[in-house]
Write a protein that binds this ligand. Sequence first.
Ligand code: HEM
Length: 326
Amino acid sequence: MAFAVLFLLFLSVPFSSAKLNPDYYSATCPDFAKIVRDQVFTKQSVVPATAAGVLRLFFHDCITDGCDASIFISSNAYTPHAERDADLNLSLSGDAFDLVIKIKNLLELTCPGVVSCSDIIAQATRDLIKMVGGPYFPVRLGRKDSLNSDASKVPASLPTPTMTMDDIINKFAARKFTVREMVALTGAHTIGFTHCKEFANRIFNFSPTSQVDPTLHPKFAEGLRHVCWNYTKDPSMSAFNDPRSPSKFDNAYFGNVLKGLGLLRSDYLLGADPRTRPIVEEYAKNEQAFFRDFAKAMEKLAVLGVKTGNAGEIRSRCDQFNHIPA
Ligand code: HEM
């Protein structure tokens, strides 16, 4: 009987994540958590955009072929089109890459060859979310870094702002996320910013009869037109994802979405589609419910497609494989 229960428990854990646990480095790199925490604190204090940048980087890494640091590989003669060079990844934050690489360098001095880049970003993401006011969740450790990185896998994996809600739901379902988990995860848009080109079609020449998308709050649309007036010449122009509390991880995003203050078309759809609207309404009213579901969904995202054993390696540098791929 006891054996049967154990066997069922084993089956209920996704195979590759079964070996991960939060104490993975307690013997081999006891300062791991402290080093990550200290570096996260220093970086976020100096560059407040770091938390959002790292969270998005982690999402993009995990959703494409698993949480395996494949996004850190730099293209070279042997890997000419690494994941990082995919169009959808070009706007990822340089500060986010820098933080992980800095932590990796420190860890290589303290416990060489022990900690994977994929574990560093998982732990740093959690610490940063907590630091900007979001919920805590345990991070299971023991991921290996990938042995390949391929830009061509990115477009099929990532959702984009112009997709229909059917497409967005299907993208997440392909990674075994429910509609509720997708809505909770997208609550990440409570921090960070978006470049004007991602929503320019909503505020300039929207239709023959209207300059702006009528689903946007008119005052908000006016403000965005002001912020983005020169975006074609200056592509760095951006707006905060959550105009009410841009740097705080809270549930304000959901209230925004319901009031026409969602920046992306996909944000608007979350508040309009009958499958997602009730969840958005619930999270807008109840921050605790959002935090609980976001934390659970992040735990699930963080073990997506992880590599263990011989399926991966502990890279010496996050941006290079240890050996030239065959
Ligand atoms: C419906 C699905 C989603 C779509 C279409 C989407 C799309 C986008 C786009 C276009 C940007 C702006 C990028 C830029 O201009 O640089 C962005 C930013 C961001 N996204 Fe998403 N996203 C989605 C879901 C998610 C999820 C699930 C997460 C995390 C769990 C996430 C985290 C972020 C963060 C934190 C930012 C701000 C980045 C920064 O400030 O550097 N997004 N997203």
